[in-house]
Design a protein around this ligand. Structure first.
Ligand code: PAF
Length: 282
């Protein structure tokens, strides 16, 4: 695996590959890698000739500075894991490399509209602008044919779809299903910050999502959401939101859609750690 720290060097290496007609796949990450990230690389490997991953903990997408400081960093293990799975290139830039004018000197702004006003957008002001800025910069550096992102961040995937539309970047977005631990907990870098007893409790998010999914046709949505809220609170969570939305556009629903997929989304705090998860209907 080649490792690049500078955009210019990465571009130069990729120029050769592109000239040779290679298909480039890209899986951006913030490190603290788990099998969910590895599944993005594996998906890229099945469809592309050259697979690039990036590790960059992006300061502009953290609305809470404490969350940024505490974001897990496991770079040695990450490099070993990416090498083992056969990643061709790792891009590992510094903050100065990605934000040469300083993190506050960045003035790009994207018209994400409704999508950034709800759910994560409402609870994490400016988070999606920060995600948009960094993914845009990474896409400019890599210019991939295919982009691989995890469904665990459902709303982020919709934001990136919109970013591709807004910018006209022709990369094809592949959304890879969430990987779960054997007890159902969605894999997430933030799980590393849970204490052993919180780790036990954390299963309740996926259980509650399953409860919602099983009852979506049977019970009124306000009852489902009330029961889900109680399940999470009883387990020791402080929920931020529990919602059911149209999976196409994230419009929040009060009753089942006559046709089309719905998505159930939860964000909840367990002690210091904020977890998110989602499930879609068949
Ligand atoms: O999902 C993530 O890890 C990050 O939000 C991303 C897409 C790498 C941008 O920093």
């Amino acid at each position: 695996m080649y490792l690049f720290k500078r955009v210019a060097d990465l571009r130069e290496a990729l120029r050769q590959e592109k000239k040779a007609g290679k298909r480039i796949g890209f899986a951006p990450t913030m490190g603290a890698l788990h099998q969910g990230h590895i599944s993005l690389v594996n998906a890229a490997k099945t469809q592309c000739d050259i697979v690039i991953s990036s590790i960059f903990v992006n300061p502009t997408q953290f609305n809470d500075p404490k969350d940024f400081e505490k974001y897990p960093v496991t770079i040695k293990e990450d490099i070993l894991a990416l090498t083992a799975v056969g990643t061709d290139i790792l891009f590992l830039p510094s903050v100065e490399e990605m934000y040469p004018g300083g993190v506050n000197g960045e003035h790009r702004h994207y018209g994400f509209g409704y999508l950034e006003t709800v759910l994560e957008g409402a609870y994490r002001p400016n988070h999606f602008q920060g995600v948009g800025i960094i993914v845009h910069k990474l896409l400019e550096a890599v210019v991939p044919d295919d982009l691989f992102m995890g469904q665990k961040d459902f709303q982020q995937c919709m934001i990136i779809k919109k970013l591709l539309e807004i910018t006209g970047i022709p990369a094809k977005l592949h959304i890879i299903p969430t990987l779960r631990e054997t007890d159902g907990l969605a894999m997430s870098s933030r799980n590393m910050r849970l204490s052993p007893s919180e780790r036990q409790t954390a299963i309740q998010i996926s259980r509650t999502l399953l409860y919602m999914k099983e009852n979506i046709k049977q019970l009124p949505f306000d009852i489902i959401k009330q029961n889900a809220w109680k399940q999470l609170e009883d387990a020791g969570f402080q929920p931020d939101y529990i919602e059911i939305a149209d999976a196409e556009n994230l419009q929040l629903l009060k009753e089942p859609l006559p046709s089309g997929q719905m998505v159930m989304l939860i964000a909840a705090k367990l002690g210091e750690v904020r977890l998110i998860d989602n499930m879609v209907t068949a």
